[in-house]
Design a protein around this ligand. Structure first.
Ligand code: TRP
Length: 339
C-alpha cells in the first residue's frame, strides 16, 4: 500500500471566519478531505494567535469555539479530518526550539508576510519575540505531522518556504530523512481572494468589511445592499463598469449561472441596469450558499460540549503523531540520553 498524502493546515482563532476564508482556503480543504486521498489535520492555532494577543486571551478562548463552529459548518467532517488545538500539543514547542537554531535572525527579518504584518499591527519597537518567530513555530506545526500538502491562502507561501528550508537543514545536518518538505496547495489563480464589501482588496474584521459564515440572513442582505459598486454609475441609464465592481467580483466567484452573470454584465455596461437589481441577485446567490452553512453552524452551536469533545479527541490523536515525530527528532539530534 502506498502511503497516503498528509494535509496540515490551520487558522489563528482571532475572530469568526468570513467568506474570504471560505473561498481562500476552507472550500479547498473540504474538497481535499472528501477525495479520501489524504490524512487531514486541521489546526486551530491558538498559540500563534497569542503571539500578538497575549494581553487578550479571552478573545482567543472565545474565538477558538467560533472557528471550530465555522469549520464544522462548512463541512469539515471530524470523521474524515482531525481537528486539533495547537496549545494542547506540547511536542510543537520542543520542535520549535530545535528548529530555531537552524534559522537566522536576518532570515526571519526577510519574511515578507511577517514584515507587512509588523507594519500593519503597529508594534513599534515592541515586536513580541514570539510573533517574530512564528514562522518557525508554523514549521513545527507542519512537520510534526509530516504533512506534504498545506492548503492555505497565498500569503502563507513564505511560511512554506521557511519550512522547506528548515526541513532541508535538519535532514542534512542530522543525516536522517525524518522531516518532509511541504508544498502549498493554493486556490486556482485569481479565485482565492475576495475583496471587502467596501471594495478594499482585503476582506477583514479590522476593516469591518466582511460577511461572516455565521451572519444571519438579514445581516447578509444588509451588507450586500451596502456594497461598493461603480461610483461613476449614478443613473440607471448610465453605462457602468464591471472592472473593480465588487458586486460583479462576488458574482464571478459565487454564482453558478455564469450565462446569467454574463447577460447582467453586458446590460450593466450598456446602461439601464440598476445597482439595486444586481445586489438583489447577488443576495439570492449568497443566501443559497450560506443557508446550509448557517443551519449547520446553529446546530453545533446549540451543543458546545459536543464541539469541545471533537476538539479534545482530535487533539489527543494529533498528540500521539506529534510525539512520535519529536521522538525521532530527539533521536536524530542525539539528545535522547536515557533511551
Ligand atoms: N498562519 C496561519 C494563518 O494566519 C495559521 C497557521 C498556523 C497555519 N499554523 C499553520 C496554516 C500551519 C498552515 C499550516 O492563517
Amino acid at each position: 500500500m502506498t502511503k497516503k498524502h498528509v494535509i496540515l493546515t490551520g487558522d489563528r482563532p482571532t475572530g469568526k471566519l468570513h467568506i474570504g476564508h471560505y473561498v481562500g482556503s476552507l472550500k479547498n480543504r473540504v474538497a481535499l478531505q472528501n477525495t479520501g486521498d489524504y490524512e487531514t489535520y486541521i489546526m486551530i492555532a491558538d498559540m500563534q494567535a497569542l503571539t500578538d494577543n497575549a494581553r487578550d486571551p479571552e478573545k482567543i478562548r472565545h474565538s477558538l469555539l467560533q472557528v471550530a463552529l465555522d469549520y464544522l459548518a462548512v463541512g469539515i467532517d471530524p470523521a474524515k479530518s482531525t481537528i486539533l488545538v495547537q496549545s494542547q500539543i506540547p511536542a510543537l514547542n520542543e520542535l520549535t526550539m530545535a528548529y530555531l537554531n537552524l534559522v537566522s535572525v536576518s532570515r526571519l527579518n526577510r519574511n515578507p508576510t511577517v514584515k507587512s504584518e509588523i507594519k500593519q499591527k503597529a508594534f513599534g519597537e515592541s515586536v513580541p519575540a514570539g510573533f517574530f518567530i512564528y514562522p518557525v513555530s508554523q514549521a513545527a506545526d507542519i512537520t510534526a505531522f509530516k504533512a506534504d500538502t498545506v492548503p492555505v491562502g497565498e500569503d502563507q507561501e513564505p511560511m512554506l518556504e521557511q519550512t522547506r528550508e528548515i526541513v532541508r537543514s535538519f535532514n542534512n545536518i542530522y543525516q536522517q530523512e525524518i522531516l518532509v518538505e511541504p508544498e502549498g496547495y493554493f486556490p486556482p489563480k485569481g479565485q482565492g481572494r475576495i475583496p471587502g464589501l467596501d471594495g478594499n482588496a482585503k476582506m477583514s474584521k479590522s476593516l469591518d468589511n466582511a460577511i461572516y459564515l455565521g451572519d444571519s440572513a438579514d445581516a447578509v442582505q444588509k451588507k450586500v445592499m451596502s456594497m461598493y459598486t461603480d461610483p461613476e454609475h449614478v443613473h440607471i441609464e448610465d453605462p457602468g463598469h464591471i472592472e473593480g465592481n465588487t458586486v460583479f467580483t462576488y458574482l464571478d466567484i459565487f454564482a453558478d449561472d455564469t450565462a446569467h452573470v454574463a447577460e447582467l454584465k453586458a446590460q450593466y455596461q450598456h446602461g439601464g441596469l440598476g445597482d439595486v437589481k444586481i445586489k438583489r441577485y447577488l443576495n439570492e446567490v449568497l443566501q443559497a450558499k450560506l443557508q446550509p452553512i448557517r443551519e449547520r453552524r446553529e446546530q453545533y452551536a446549540a451543543n458546545e460540549d459536543a464541539v469541545y469533545d471533537i476538539l479534545k479527541q482530535g487533539s489527543e490523536k494529533a498528540n500521539q503523531v506529534a510525539a512520535q515525530t519529536l521522538h525521532e527528532v530527539r533521536h536524530a539530534i542525539g539528545i535522547d540520553y536515557f533511551g
